[in-house]
Write a protein of this length. Structure first.
Length: 400
């Protein structure tokens, strides 16, 4: 695991140990990341706080103005009082691939994530929709002042309402607690597969990944899938937490410093859906690769769909600066549509790419998803270095 910042916390309930003195921010090396379709428990870890101390009595509160009956639920309540739903989903930091924006375009703010701030897992827990429906929503409050509201049209009925996710257990770097949120309409759509994750890959969540419960919001930037969740608030306002208002936003490209950004933070919407993307895990950048007798190099990577438009349906790879492209073989790890939806997961891809011998060579990748989104050669720069999704590439190869 490559550590960017901070140190690891240990212990079953999180937060134990002298080493838990700083936020944990680390990710596996790319070769390890693409070695398994389901990411093992050492997937990327991004925290804005130290790992909190979590007791067995940890409680999740569901509240808010339109909630009819506020609820307080522990982990066992969430396991036994609601249907459990399994979601195959990638989860990625909004700053995944930030290093490429920083080095190929110009300097950005934020941790220097390479292409490895992403993971792909089977998550299991109750739908957030089911928990909110048990608490009950008062429709008179939901539709007050909205003349277009139609109880039969969920998009209209929930317009202007948000779900705020909070962890108030520990102080963060830039706020006294961590919070995020998304539109209520998204979590109330059954097909959006938003759950309260209790398990990851058929095991209880690890402390670093949010034990005992976290939000899991497929297709959406990982910053919104709040860990160590202790409060869900239905509100007619977006989360007022620092990390929702002043981080994880694609600022206009002319905002090149903090002073200019200050003029745009509250005018710029928060990142929700992540864009289509792909990256190359093998071979590694600045490495020596050997062509086989036919002049081909083995290439392995991952590809991610845009938002709700998955799954990925095509990946192409080039070893000659984009002059020609070959179609890669896609793998969903043996998972089938009839068993679990593939729309939220990544695919791993494999290709044999013809390359000329020499130094300073590079390999490119580009993806397409079911919704027709196609990865482009370049993307627009932004100060926070989020949502970078230009062609995947490895550079500095010596081909022998």
């Amino acid at each position: 695991m490559a550590t960017l910042d901070g140190a690891s916390g240990t212990g079953k309930n999180g937060g134990a140990g002298e080493e838990n003195k700083a936020p944990l921010n680390r990710a596996p090396e790319m070769e390890e990341l693409v070695s398994s379709y389901l990411t093992r428990t050492n997937g990327y870890e991004r925290n804005h706080c130290i790992l909190p101390q979590i007791s067995e009595s940890h409680t999740l509160h569901i509240t808010g103005a339109p909630i009819r009956t506020p609820l307080s639920l522990n982990r066992n309540d969430l396991l036994t009082s609601f249907p459990q739903h399994t979601v195959l989903s990638a989860l990625q930091c909004a700053g995944n691939r930030r290093h490429s924006m920083r080095t190929l375009m110009k300097e950005v703010q934020g941790l220097d994530w390479r292409d490895n701030a992403v993971m792909n897992c089977l998550w299991r827990g109750p739908r957030i929709r089911d928990v909110i429906e048990k608490a009950g929503l008062i429709e008179e409050i939901l539709t007050e002042g909205n003349e277009n509201a139609d109880a039969r049209d969920e998009k209209e009925k929930y317009r202007g309402w948000y779900v705020q996710f909070e962890c108030r257990r520990v102080e963060c770097e830039k706020d006294s607690w961590y919070g995020a949120g998304i539109p209520l309409e998204r979590v109330m759509r059954k097909e959006a597969d938003c759950i309260l994750a209790l398990e990851m890959n058929n095991e209880p969540l690890t402390p670093a990944h949010g034990y005992p419960v976290r939000a899991l919001l497929p297709g959406i930037a990982g910053a919104r899938s709040v860990k160590w969740l202790d409060r869900i608030v239905v509100s007619n306002k977006e989360s007022q937490n620092f990390y929702q208002k002043f981080d994880y936003k694609v600022l206009p490209p002319h905002c090149h410093d903090a002073d200019m950004a200050a003029l745009y933070w509250e005018k710029t919407p928060p990142v929700v859906d992540m864009p289509i993307n792909s990256a190359i895990g093998i071979p590694a950048a600045d490495s020596t690769v050997t062509v086989n007798e036919e002049g081909f190099v083995d290439v392995v990577g991952y590809a991610l769909p845009a938002g709700e438009d998955g799954p990925v349906v095509k990946v192409e790879v080039s070893g000659d600066e984009g002059e020609s492209w070959i179609e890669a073989t896609l793998s969903y790890g043996g998972h089938r549509k009839k068993d679990v939806s593939l729309k939220w997961g990544w695919c791993l891809w494999y290709a044999k790419v013809r390359m000329e011998k020499g130094t300073g060579r590079r390999i490119l990748s580009r993806a397409r998803d079911r919704g027709g989104n196609v990865q482009k050669e370049n993307c627009e720069w932004n100060l926070k270095g989020v949502q970078y999704n230009a062609y995947g590439q490895v550079r500095g190869l010596e081909v022998v």
